[in-house]
Design a protein around this ligand. Structure first.
Ligand SMILES: Cc1ncc(COP(=O)(O)O)c(C=O)c1O
Length: 360
């Protein structure tokens, strides 16, 4: 790669210029408002989310929403680790969303824009109060660059490069609104904060992290890769181009699901169906009659068969989700590739089913 800044210090003029370029290009493509800050932080999306939870929560009550396993992880953080007692939990089983109308925006609110492991997303930001007094903290790692984010409704947003951008992992991105920054400067939680989570310096917001400095040493290889992905994103039409590609994939998937008897979306409401992590359940009577262990084993065999044929890899549902398939439809996926997969899915499922029935 030409001009790659590899083997150089991230603090060198050249290294810092790359980090600044990456911040600038991310802001541009995501249309981040001028008064919001975007910074590169350690430990991928998990690092970015936990840095926000540890730095900001505890001042006022919290409403936290969870409808699949990553949301559950953040519940575990606030309930078991941070032990925030003034917390209301809004849960829903796989395939559903909690009742968004019950959320109180005078509280801080933690939620995912897209539940990666259930393929259920919030349909839009209409349910979020523009005049809220609490902060909205949104894990958008499988949503950003594929779904429209109404910035005026968001105070903290996090993501990583390996999801919709298809880049390398290990760095997170955190975006902060002026209200989030005000909280950082006016509230110091009574808990120890590791250096990796510190967004302030002597009580003031540490702007340098949002201007090309990093808390610890970043991988300049990952930085280069993220820049490459963003330049690609820009070439295909920026945010709207990315969203269009991903929505087109959802449309293709919907058409196939519509005409296919043995599958359905795990997401119950059509407006909540994810265009990135498209999760399917198997609804064939024969499959439904199996025990859940047998269902999982059947899915493993379908997925192995497809991998043996080099057709698809890693498309089983997440380990904590109901047995089924999870197919990525983010912007890096060509719709024609997805369409080519459908008849293979029919073939693999029919093959495994036949083997099982013959063995009984
Ligand atoms: C919604 C969500 N949150 C958090 C994570 C964890 O991300 P990372 O591995 O980048 O820390 C994932 C990973 O898939 C995710 O989908």
């Amino acid at each position: 790669m030409e001009n790659a800044c590899l083997g150089r210090s991230h603090r060198s003029e050249a290294g810092r210029a790359k980090l600044k370029e990456l911040i600038g290009l991310s802001r541009k493509i995501l249309d981040v408002p001028r008064d919001y800050h975007l910074g590169i932080v350690p430990a991928s999306d998990t690092g970015a989310v936990e840095m926000a939870l540890w730095s900001l929560l505890g001042k006022i009550p919290l409403d936290i929403l969870a409808w699949e396993s990553f949301g559950q992880e953040w519940v575990k953080d606030v309930v078991d680790e941070l032990q925030l007692v003034d917390t209301r939990l809004f849960k829903a089983p796989y395939g559903n969303l909690p009742d968004l109308n019950l959320v109180d925006f005078s509280h801080d609110v933690v939620f995912l824009w897209n539940g990666t492991t259930s393929g259920v997303r919030v349909p839009n930001g209409d349910w979020i109060d523009s005049n809220r007094t609490g902060l909205t903290i949104c894990d958008a790692t499988s949503a950003v660059f594929a779904m429209d984010i109404p910035w005026e409704k968001i105070d903290v947003l996090t993501y990583s490069w390996q999801k919709v951008l298809g880049g390398e992992a290990q760095h997170g991105v955190i975006i902060l609104s002026p209200r989030a920054i005000k909280r950082l400067e006016t509230y110091q939680p009574q808990r120890p904060l590791p250096k990796l989570f510190r967004l302030t310096k002597q009580g003031k917001f540490n702007k340098s992290i949002f201007n090309g400095d990093t808390i610890n040493t970043p991988s300049m290889l990952c930085v280069e890769d993220a820049l490459d992905a963003l330049q690609w994103a820009e070439r295909i039409g920026g945010k709207s181009g990315l969203i269009r590609r991903s929505e087109k994939n959802l449309e293709a998937m919907s058409q196939w699901v519509e005409k296919t008897q043995w599958v359905d979306f795990l997401a119950k409401q059509p407006e909540t169906r994810s265009c990135t992590s498209m999760c399917l359940k198997i609804v064939d009577d024969w499959f439904v009659s199996l025990s859940s262990e047998q269902q999982s084993e059947c899915v493993v065999q379908v997925v192995e068969l497809l991998a043996e044929e080099d057709v698809a890899y890693d498309i089983a549902s997440y380990r904590a989700a109901p047995p089924g398939l999870r197919i990525w439809g983010g912007a890096t996926i060509e719709t024609t590739d997805l369409q080519a997969l459908f008849s293979w899915l029919d073939w693999a499922y029919a093959t495994v089913k036949k083997i099982w029935i013959n063995l009984r």
